[in-house]
Design a protein around this ligand. Structure first.
Ligand SMILES: [Zn+2]
Ligand SMILES: [Zn+2]
Length: 258
């Protein structure tokens, strides 16, 4: 990049000054809860926000700490978490890939709204009893548009060289899966016999370079110009799903070269 005088400009990367991604997402969550009427029931102080690498097709996860896996005839067993003196009822984890410059434009903000929409109207540590699907996505789109129309800050993106701070929760037995839809997100429930107690000791942070943790992506294009991202090199001939719902040789995907 050159400035007006024609001399080269350089950005100095301060290696100690990483972008604190949990704080970036937390502040967007807090703003959304304050300005979007559909999220007025959510108390952001009850949410612990984590950012880490998740499987490439999973953009976010929501864990309700009062949501036990339903099993008839048993009382629920819950976990507790106190971080920084506040009682946590939800842990929302975002995939670090959302802040990559190669992520689709609306994806990060829609994922924030999606995860917040999982929070029950009571905001009591339970999950909204609504399944993923058209209705869910429509509600998420409304939340997204309301937030944007009020001028809410977008999720920033960072180049591959950026230093980023991540946060995850130390595992104490993997919570069970309550609801999953491929390419979207996950609602987690604690197993019935599980009683956990999390403290700040279990909240782990680390700094890394974005390029070190982003999944490798492979770009393909169809003859009509649709762009398709895959996380593996395609072994078999594949055709564009936009152009044809079933395999069609006319719409073969071709690897893009950088
Ligand atoms: Zn979800
Ligand atoms: Zn196509």
């Amino acid at each position: 990049m050159r400035d007006e005088s024609g001399t080269a400009c350089y950005t100095v990367h301060d290696m100690t000054d990483a972008h604190h991604l949990p704080n970036v997402f937390s502040s967007i969550v807090a703003t959304a809860c304050r300005v979007v009427p559909g999220l007025s029931h959510v108390d952001p102080s009850k949410i612990l926000v984590c950012v880490r690498k998740l499987p490439p097709t999973r953009l976010g996860e929501t864990l309700g700490l009062r949501q036990a896996k339903a099993r008839r005839g048993h009382d629920s067993v819950f976990s507790t978490m106190v971080v920084g003196g506040r009682e946590i009822l939800y842990v929302i984890t975002f995939n670090v890939s959302l802040v990559s410059t190669s992520a689709p434009a609306r994806q990060a903000l829609e994922t924030v709204m999606h995860e917040l929409w999982h929070i029950a109207e009571e905001c009591d540590g339970t999950i909204r009893p609504v399944r993923h699907g058209k209705g869910f996505n429509a509600a998420v789109a409304d939340l997204h548009d309301a937030y944007v129309s009020i001028g809410g800050r977008l999720v920033p993106t960072f180049d591959d060289h950026a230093r980023v701070r991540l946060r995850h929760l130390r595992g104490k037995g993997r919570p069970g899966v309550l609801s999953v839809r491929r390419g979207l997100s996950l609602v987690l429930a604690l197993p019935k016999a599980w009683k956990g107690e999390w403290t700040e000791e279990d909240v782990r942070e680390r700094t890394t370079t974005l390029s070190k943790i982003l999944p490798a992506t492979f770009l393909y294009a169809c003859p009509a110009g649709h762009s398709v991202t895959r996380y593996r090199v395609l072994k078999k001939p594949s055709s564009c799903a936009v152009c044809s719902p079933t395999f069609d040789r006319r719409f073969l995907l071709k690897r893009k070269t950088a």
